[in-house]
Ligand binder design. Sequence first.
Ligand SMILES: Nc1ncnc2c1ncn2[C@@H]1O[C@H](COP(=O)(O)OP(=O)(O)O)[C@@H](O)[C@H]1O
Ligand SMILES: [Mg+2]
Length: 261
Amino acid sequence: MDQSLLRYLKELENLRNNQIETLAKVSHDLRSPIHSLKGIADLGIKKVNKTSKSLKSMLERNKQISKSFVIDKPIQELDVICDYFQRIIDISSDAAFLLEDILDSMKLDNDQVRYRMNENKLMDVARSVESRLSAKLGAKGIKLLILDQSEGKTCCFDINRIVQVVSNLVENAYKFSEKNTTITLSVNPTNLEVKDQGAGIPEDHFSSIFEKFKQGGKNSSKGLGLGLFICKKIMADHHGKIEVRNNHDRGASFRIVFGEN
Ligand SMILES: Nc1ncnc2c1ncn2[C@@H]1O[C@H](COP(=O)(O)OP(=O)(O)O)[C@@H](O)[C@H]1O
Ligand SMILES: [Mg+2]
């Protein structure tokens, strides 16, 4: 190959590596203040709860106080302050997830992710996702139903990365589902399907939703459109694939499939 072309390719590679390093540094630097914010808000909630509790017990002990001092109002205001702190916590954890997604997509795009491949059970993935997300789903009245059809079989994959994929799919299902519906995880020997009862996806979007920064639907504002890109790349790196379809009744289903031996 021509020397100048080689030099050019080398420079291009260096530029790419610099870009990833800079992004990693920026993400890391942003991560610390975001975690500090969350920590401070956590402390705030604890303090406010403690004060509110002691005011309430003071009120209980001496009913007269409530007549002589206006004490109900400050207690209500403390509850409002607690809600503000909770919002700071929620927003900072969303921001932390977005940062992770940016960094991850960059690394995946440049094949810089190292996988720890082992024989694992897809049922362990389903259980791990359930324990991570059931509280969040429960708060919206959404039930996570796990159907075990895996016959105890194993597949070769990086368990942390596949938990990341399935969590992403369940988070999407959650985001696009109405309250009090069900998300079903069907676990089979070499595939796992996440089925929701949400709005479904227009068929002409089936391939574009897997592209970087592609979003659609009214609930997509929370996010950057990187989730499905990350899922597709992780599955491709496992020599597997991800498929999407609309259900007969309502909602969409995403299925991750590993190489069938
Ligand atoms: N379960 C689902 N139901 C309906 N639409 C979905 C679902 N999952 C993904 N989508 C569509 O695919 C788009 C891309 O998803 P994703 O890459 O995870 O990005 P984000 O969640 O940040 O919007 C979403 O904006 C949405 O339009
Ligand atoms: Mg998403």
